[in-house]
Design a protein around this ligand. Sequence first.
Ligand code: AHR
Length: 614
Amino acid sequence: YTITVDPQGEGAEIADTMYGVFFEDINRAADGGLYAELVQNRSFEYSTADNASYAPLTSWTVGGTAEVVNDDGRLNERNRNYLALGAGSSVTNSGYNTGIRVEEGERYDFSVWARTRSAGTLTVTLKDAVGELAKARRVAVKGDWAKYTATFTASRTSNRGRLTVASSGTAALDMVSLFPRDTYKNQPNGLRKDLAERIAALEPGFVRFPGGCLVNTGSMEDYSEASGWQRRRSYQWKDTVGPVEERATNANFWGYNQSYGLGYYEYFRFAEDVGAMPLPVVPALVTGCGQNRATEDPALLKRHIQDTLDLIEFANGPATSTWGRVRAGMGHPEPFGLTHIGVGNEENLPREFFARFQQFRAAVEAKYPDITVISNSGPDDSGTTFDTAWQLNREGDVDMVDEHYYNSPQWFLQNNDRYDSYDRNGPKVFLGEYASQDNAWKNGLAEAAFMTGLERNADIVELASYAPLLANEDYVQWRPDMIWFNNRASWGSAGYEVQKLFMTNVGDRVVPSEASTTPDVSGPITGAVGLSTWATSAAYDDVRVTSADGTSLLSDDFSGDASKWTHSGGGSWSVQDGQYLQTDEAAENTLVTAGDPAWKDYDLHVRATKKAGK
Ligand code: AHR
């Protein structure tokens, strides 16, 4: 069929900020992910309140005697637990995934808060099963709580490191930390470089954070002295700023503990470092995500509205203002330039949500008329809740509405025209979360097709972000995800490549076009299975292509026959033991099936062993 393009035509303008990322602390995206801390459960706060399988010593093993204590001797009111270590005893941390990852020649900063009655020595070691990974450090400790530091230089690369702290005398320990010196943009309390760089490579126009369901669920619970410092699932930005040892930890909605080491200051800083607009989301005091509650407590609502105003002051206020001073004290006297804020996420009760949203909006507009307050449309792409939410948003003259949907690839193909008929006089759309339901090539293709529809309607769809952004392969609560990782590597899905293609090639204006016919999108997508940028091959061998459950696709589905696969570069290429592909240094990193296998859902996982010295 024919596509007719009108080069002189005036299509919609596309803002540089149109495509962004949505970071939610789901799938261990923060601790054990983007937040570069290598010690898991560093402040001994894991609890069955986070997850039935957790205890304060999760990820620690004890040699000798040690007990987690919660009493008046604690480091501070927010950091409830500490470890009482017996004389001559030790504790060892196993990190995330297979262990603590260290790279030969790289430096690692150890720190600990300690309290002792008499002078003593802490011996800190980094080892794996093979032996020492760095020269042991001795730290002299004495007296009341104080922070002690030491630096390691790794003598060997390992994915299975263990950090051990041994004490000569009795000692209380808290905030046992090991940080790579080499963080993204060398920021202190910073971010894991490969993951941050992978996100930065998308050139995001905005960063939406910190959720998702993380934001609104449990938002009516409190975390205060009055409530006995019980954990609650509500994410409140004030818990996440200031010195890390004074930040609360919390039960994460997704079933683990979150340290808040990656908190609001770090989110704003990250958005700035990747050149993106920060877009925080605060709870509207109406739950969603399987919960149907709305607060009837005016004092609680008032406090959250005030917290929202304080958040804007934290981001934009002068360094002399109350919250601007906190920001400046953390190292950023200049404002972060916040222009948009989201209130609420996927509320199931549209009327209750909108009544409370209006109060947030009125308060923000009265004090900060230049800030865009973004509303919500509930959890679905259509239906009664969605229609009611949109009607209220339209009648209320809202600036922008956040929509979310996760659907089949067919749905994305069939709904390319979704926004063609949206009311041009109504609220703008923030497509805050979307993905077609898998990480296969066909999903990327369907998303790309759908994104042409977003772009064609850039006059109404002002912002769009795929979701979720990150997943640690060993702690998955939600799939598909854009970027996958473990403790030593990260890799983009087909969806990542599609996002990157669009995000790094944002045009200024849509060039109007017309197709002579509409393709038939009623059936499944068929064709060759393509897989690209799956390893920077020059540095790898033993490349394996497996399905999600670890089954080798080559042996199971292609009978170990390498001739059914081609790769785009030179070099040698063979199937080893019917199990995996062996490439040499010259082999390129694009893999496409030579034939046209019967369609099947492939969730391709690629593993490669990094060659020594590369
Ligand atoms: O992106 C994962 C979840 O999907 C988000 O937390 C929520 O907003 C949506 O339901």
